[in-house]
Design a protein around this ligand. Structure first.
Ligand code: HEM
Length: 434
């Protein structure tokens, strides 16, 4: 059970434990829509070991401490329990520990800094407006297919310098690969054949693209990854390949989930949506509240390197800590009345949706910027958006949990030239147009 972007291979571990009873309700796809009552129970019981080798960590303070603890390793293949299928994989830095992680991450951060994230704002705005306008012409939108899926994919392709015409190919691979981020509890072991094939496709694709970019001096991330050097360290081709796969894998499906969760939260809380519409400067705060309230990456893991304790739970070397980030972000010790969606919150501590410590999400700035722009456009461009009854379905994913389908009806679209009524929609009276 890990935030294992970057892929694992087919070998099914022999010693995978069966599902403990208390996880059954959580993992049942029927309960995807509202896992929070079960997560609350797990948090109250935590930290505890449901069986040898596994410690459930779900309180905010404990999750935060484990994420920052240098004796906790991100190398999941060092765990006693084979919760993560073993086998060869691209060596991405999500699974490395300091000091190797520090060196590798610093180089990637340097390459990221050259391709300034803030500079992407006009492109995000343009792309999101175009996607919303195209979909709105039909009178309703399916948020996931029309916006949440294509927008982050376009952005990551643009960031990396992937040719526009290849994006459908990457979208397909990325969706298949996201299965690899799921915990293995209660499902057949290993990576599916489909996901393995997708991974092989991505690897070949990026290998060729890296070769093409060599010596071209373009302003894209692949070129910066090839050129960056710090204190005599450089990334080799295998590192660059692994980083490309990681960025696509860690940056796409997470953003799809975040956008879906955000639109859903606003549509279900009209008072908060009105507040945002009345004051668009609240958009960044709304982004933080969505990340806390409906955390897109629900869990990650660490492996203990030495003996220790978390609260009353004993920890031994090789034990896997399952960190329930979605539960930690609803911890009443830190966030009063945690089940309330309140975009005006000023929390005492920052949520853990992007983790914390050395592996704090490298794409957090991009994800935040992207969603703030989406929320602003969603609030201003669409006339009377509302969730269609029966228009919500969840993905099966337990970790990257969010809507698979989110149907929104609208009365029209506001462009600089004025309001375009959606076709087939009764003309809304002005009181409706907000
Ligand atoms: C949209 C919402 C996103 C969420 C909720 C999210 C969440 C996370 C979390 C929880 C981790 C830490 C995993 C761990 O330590 O076990 C992480 C790491 C990472 N994320 Fe994100 N992420 C998001 C978007 C992105 C984007 C857009 C990118 C890139 C363009 C990205 C790139 C990365 C990378 C490279 C790491 C590994 C950092 C390291 O190991 O040092 N993420 N992310």
């Amino acid at each position: 059970m890990s935030g294992t972007a970057g892929g694992n291979e087919d070998s099914a571990p022999k010693d995978r434990p069966s599902l403990p009873d208390e996880f059954a309700e959580l993992t049942d796809p029927k309960n995807r829509e509202d896992p929070y009552p079960f997560l609350d129970e797990l948090r109250e019981r935590s930290p505890y070991a449901p069986f040898e080798g596994l410690v459930v960590v779900a309180r905010y303070a404990d999750c935060s401490a484990v994420l920052r603890d240098p004796s906790m390793s991100a190398a999941r293949d060092k765990a006693t329990l084979a919760l993560t299928p073993r086998g060869p994989r691209t060596r991405n830095f999500l699974h490395l520990d300091p000091p190797e992680h520090t060196r590798y991450r610093r180089l990637v951060t340097g390459a990221f800094a050259r391709r300034k994230v803030a500079g992407l704002a006009p492109r995000i705005r343009e792309s999101a407006t175009e996607l919303l306008e195209t979909a709105a012409a039909a009178g309703s939108l399916e948020i996931i297919e029309d916006l949440a899926n294509p927008l982050p994919l376009r952005l990551i392709c643009e960031l990396l310098g992937v040719p526009f015409e290849d994006r459908d190919l990457l979208q397909d691979w990325s969706a298949k690969l996201s299965q690899a981020l799921e915990p293995p509890f209660g499902q057949p072991g290993g990576m599916s054949r489909e996901a393995s094939r997708a991974r092989a496709g991505i690897v070949t694709y990026f290998r060729d693209l890296i070769e093409e970019r060599r010596g071209e001096h373009r302003d894209d991330l692949i070129t910066h990854l090839l050129e960056i050097e710090e204190d005599g360290h450089r990334l080799d081709d295998a590192d660059i390949l692994a980083t490309c796969v990681l960025l696509l894998n860690a940056g796409h499906e997470t953003s799809v989930t975040l956008i879906g969760n955000a639109i859903l939260a606003l549509l279900r809380h009209p008072d908060q949506f009105d507040r945002l519409r009345a004051d668009l400067a609240l958009a960044p705060a709304a982004v933080e509240e969505v990340l806390r309230y409906d955390t897109p990456v629900q869990m990650t893991s660490r492996v203990a390197r030495q003996h220790g304790r978390i609260g009353s739970a004993d920890v031994r070397p090789g034990d896997t800590m399952v960190l329930l980030l979605g539960a930690a972000n609803r911890d009443p010790e830190v966030f009063p009345d945690p089940g309330r969606f309140d975009i005006g919150r000023s929390p005492a501590a920052s949520h853990l949706a992007f983790a914390a410590g050395p592996h704090f999400c490298l794409g957090a700035g991009l994800a935040r910027l992207e969603l703030a722009i989406v929320l602003e456009l969603f609030s201003t461009l669409l006339v009377r958006p509302r969730l269609r009854s029966g228009g919500l379905a969840y993905k099966r994913n337990l970790n990257l949990r969010g809507p698979a389908r989110l149907l929104v009806d609208i009365d029209g679209f506001r462009s600089p030239g004025g309001v375009h009524r959606a076709e087939g929609v009764r003309s809304a009276d002005d009181a409706h147009v907000r």
